[in-house]
Design a protein around this ligand. Structure first.
Ligand code: PAF
Length: 282
């Protein structure tokens, strides 16, 4: 695996792949890699000849009171995992390569960015869209892979890529979970043991709501029940919603639906989402 920190070196390495006619996949990450990220790398290897993984803890997607300083940084361990997984390039841009002096551009996706996490974390998706569009321009991948755990992020990136005619295929990869159902996340490392035990209430609440809706129950009642069960488990709930899977607007018959939730346990904010397999309540 080549570890690259300069844009010129990245371009040179990628030019060699392209002149050999090889297809390139990009897996953008913020590091602190876990099995969820490694599933992205595995899917990338199946989808392309060469895999580039970027690690950049992007300051622009953290709010002023969020965990940017505290966010886990594990470069040596991440590098070992990626080498063992057969990654071709680890792209580690320094902050001044991403945001040089005088940087003045913001990529903002309206609509799908403005609801749910966008409403709770102002500026977050602008930060994501800006850094992901930079990564797309730096790597120019044929395909880029993102975890479905950040469903809204995936929807924002799909919208941005289509709107800006960026020539990259976006592939979502199914959420990886612990044995008890908790979605893998770098932020799970913040959970105290008792919080970790209670955190399983999040996937359980979503699963119960999904079953109730699929069985023809009133979606609003199912969502209220999910909120109550999260509150009972000690969560402070930001939202539990049923939404259109693509636009995140209201869930209409005949369209794919998604259940999404965000809730805080102690000082850790967790998100999760699942598909709703039957979408037409009649
Ligand atoms: O999902 C993440 O880890 C980040 O939001 C991403 C896509 C790497 C952009 O910084």
């Amino acid at each position: 695996m080549q570890t690259i920190r300069r844009l010129e070196d990245l371009r040179e390495a990628l030019a060699a792949f392209r002149s050999a006619g090889e297809r390139v996949a990009l897996v953008p990450t913020m590091g602190a890699l876990h099995d969820g990220h490694m599933a992205l790398v595995e899917a990338a290897k199946r989808a392309a000849d060469r895999v580039v993984v970027s690690i950049f803890v992007n300051p622009r997607q953290f709010g002023p009171n969020e965990d940017f300083d505290q966010y886990p940084r594990k470069e040596a361990a991440d590098s070992r995992l990626l080498t063992n997984a057969g990654t071709d390039i680890l792209w580690l841009p320094p902050v001044d390569v991403m945001y040089p002096q005088g940087f003045a551009t913001n990529v903002s996706v309206t609509g799908v960015s403005e609801v749910l996490d966008g409403a709770h974390r102002p500026g977050h998706f602008d930060g994501v869209a800006t850094v992901v569009s930079k990564l797309f321009n730096q790597v120019r991948p044929d395909i880029a892979l993102f975890g479905e755990k950040d469903w809204q992020q995936l929807a924002v990136i799909r919208r941005m890529t289509a709107d800006l005619n960026i020539d990259v295929e976006i592939q979502g990869v199914v959420t990886q979970r612990e044995d008890d159902g908790l979605a893998l996340s770098s932020r799970n490392a913040y959970l105290m043991p008792d919080e970790r035990a209670r955190a399983v209430a999040l996937p359980r609440a979503l699963g119960a709501a999904e079953r109730a809706i699929v069985e023809g129950g009133d979606p609003e009642a199912a969502l209220a029940q999910a909120r109550d069960s999260l509150t009972a488990a000690g969560f402070d709930v930001d939202y539990v919603v049923l939404a259109d899977a693509e636009t995140l607007g209201s869930a209409e018959p005949g369209r794919p639906w998604r259940l999404l939730a965000a809730a805080r346990i102690g000082s850790t904010r967790l998100i999760d989402n699942i598909p709703v397999t039957t979408q037409d309540p009649g």
